[in-house]
Design a protein around this ligand. Structure first.
Ligand code: F3S
Length: 416
């Protein structure tokens, strides 16, 4: 790679061992991806479980792992971020600490991580959907984001540019202020590869998630272009982005006439022809629901709404459906959302309604990341949560709309 004088100096350790380590990592990554140079990064989203100096937090890990993590955080050297930087979710949520039996040392550890991140200048958004709380990079801006669903969202819906980052590369980007230039950071790498014709009505955000899950499976790491897709809401954009990055390794998509770089067919494919064509119709939609639904007996004991984190509109809908009702006492009912949105929802009275019905509104994490709620029967509106809840937590899953989930939670049985 071609390095500037300043970058060479960092690589040679002139700015200390931590910065040297980050530069070594980035050079190795850049070379592996055939990048020729570094370019400035303007917006970073770091994994909440890494934070500065590779801080790592955990909740359900063994004592030995926890001890290692604590030692790491205490030994780590901090830095000041060189670009606006925000935190992804953490492994722990501090809401309802007493009710959930959170231990004092877990709280103390999380507070230590928060303090270290604050000192580094990392903004504590603690969300997988930072665009919900004002982190909205502009079209063409170079970013380094973790969280695959958010990466698809900003590339496709906002037209900003980020490759799929891991926790090491995002922290290094924040510390160094640069990223290796490759992949979707370059205009010519943003051309569509395959065509997906939408031949069914996409009525709600669940349907957009199903379309995304179907497209991710056939796309793999290619860029799908949707034809016949109507303009979508923020909630639908969240679901399609998350699902594409779950069943596949998709970094971005185009929707002709809808997303910012796909005004026309030619724009979406940059003048090339699609390598393959697929149809998403009623049959394909049902096949995804059938694949992700493993609750067969109607029994559910956990509800998860907010994957990616719930918007204020989704919380409003949940509150409206629960107003004056009671959730079945056998069901653990959780809505996950960024802190700032939770605060808005509190101001609007939505949190009180959900709590009075027997539910909780939680921030900072989610079941898949915190690895809580294993071996349950979970109802969710998210194809991503449905997928990982089965794969990571060994749960059985019922997949449906938010309306279907809330009504089922009140009845105490899954109403398909
Ligand atoms: Fe967010 Fe957890 Fe889903 S991090 S995207 S709520 S799996």
């Amino acid at each position: 790679m071609e390095l500037t004088r300043e970058q060479e100096d960092i690589l040679n350790g002139h700015e200390g061992p931590l910065m040297q380590k980050y530069m070594q990592q980035m050079v190795r990554w850049g070379k592996a991806m055939n990048a020729r140079r570094f370019i400035p990064v303007e917006n970073v989203h770091v994994s909440g479980i890494s934070a500065p100096g590779h801080m790592v937090i955990g909740m359900n890990d063994s004592d030995k792992v926890m001890e290692g993590m604590k030692r790491q955080i205490r030994e780590s050297t901090s830095f000041k971020v060189k670009a606006p930087t925000f935190t992804h979710v953490a492994r722990i949520t501090m809401n309802y600490a007493e009710q959930r039996g959170l231990e004092a040392d877990q709280m103390a550890f999380q507070l230590e991580v928060i303090e270290r991140a604050r000192k580094a200048g990392i903004v504590l958004t603690w969300s997988c959907a930072p665009y919900l709380v004002g982190v909205v990079p502009g079209k063409g801006q170079i970013c380094a984001w973790t969280e695959s669903s958010a990466v698809v969202y900003i590339n496709s819906v906002l037209g900003a540019r980020s490759t799929r980052n891991g926790q090491e590369s995002a922290v290094a980007a924040a510390a160094l202020g640069v990223v290796p230039e490759f992949g979707v950071l370059k205009t010519e790498e943003r051309a569509g590869d395959i065509l997906i014709s939408i031949e069914t009505e996409l009525k709600d955000s669940l349907d957009f998630g199903l379309a995304g899950y179907f497209a991710g499976e056939v796309a793999g790491i290619q860029i799908p272009v949707f034809e016949g897709m109507a303009p979508f809401s923020l909630e639908s954009a969240k679901q399609i982005s998350a699902a594409l990055a779950t069943s596949g390794g998709v970094t971005m998509f185009h929707a002709i006439g809808v997303t910012p770089e796909a005004g026309t067919w030619n724009d979406a494919f940059q003048g090339k022809s699609p390598k393959a064509r697929y149809v998403f119709d009623d049959k394909a939609k049902k096949a995804v629901v059938d694949k992700l639904t493993t609750v067969r007996d109607g029994v559910i004991d956990h509800v998860m709404i907010g994957c990616p984190h719930a918007s204020l509109e989704e919380i409003r809908l949940v509150a409206e459906l629960l107003d004056g009702k009671k959730i079945d006492s056998n069901i653990k009912f959780e809505v996950w959302t960024p802190r700032a949105i939770r605060s808005n929802a509190e101001d609007m009275g939505y949190v009180k309604i959900i709590e009075e019905a027997g539910g909780m509104v939680l921030s900072d994490s989610c079941p898949a990341i915190s690895r809580i709620s294993q071996g349950r029967a979970m109802a969710t509106h998210s194809c991503k949560q449905a997928h990982y809840s089965q794969q990571l937590l060994g749960n059985r899953v019922a997949l449906g709309t938010i309306e279907q989930i809330v009504v089922s939670a009140i009845k105490g049985r899954w109403l398909s």
